[in-house]
Design a protein around this ligand. Sequence first.
Ligand code: AMP
Length: 213
Amino acid sequence: MNLILLGPPGAGKGTQAKKIAEKYGVPHISTGDMFRETAQSGSELGKKLQSFMSAGKLVTDDIVIEVVKERLAKPDCAKGFLLDGFPRTVPQAEALDGILNGQKRKIDNVLCMKVADEDIINRLSSRRVCLACGESYNTISKPPKTEGKCDVCSGRVIQRADDNRETIAQRLKVYNEQTSPLVDYYSKAGVLKEVDGSKSVDEVFKNLVKVIG
Ligand code: AMP
């Protein structure tokens, strides 16, 4: 079961990815989470990654592809994987095809979550996340029971540095220009499944499971 979750920032990919990974027993691979972790380490690479992320720009393809290639070679990916936030450009998708071809594997389903731009801006500007476990919150629809504290693990709940209006607009622009061509790419490959991401978390999950089949 080799899956990709595609969709604009704030479509709910992280939330759904956790649920799908649990249901199908495959590792959830989020390039954004991996880059944030490296950025926190303060290394030279971390500083470089942070500068791309803070500006709402994409990390260069060569770095991203190398990181994903290494991750997919780990034993836990042998039975399948769920990619969240990768690929984000056509060259990344082509590189992924190359990596998988070499291992005689292929992508089974690309799950594309569709959400309108206005909804994205509202969702992301009120989004909060737990620094420790990654649980997602929303100041309007799902605030933590105690402000700043995660309901699940008591970790610190923060606003991501790139969830401010200016950076959100830039990330959306990048998505529309560089990532949305992947809808066509995977549609031509016959693996694209589209789901309305504006519904409730449970409804979206039910529909994703249905299209995975
Ligand atoms: P995300 O958590 O998926 O929204 O990713 C946060 C940030 O990490 C993005 O805005 C990019 O700067 C960077 N990033 C994550 N995945 C990729 C990717 N596949 N290609 C390029 N940059 C990425």
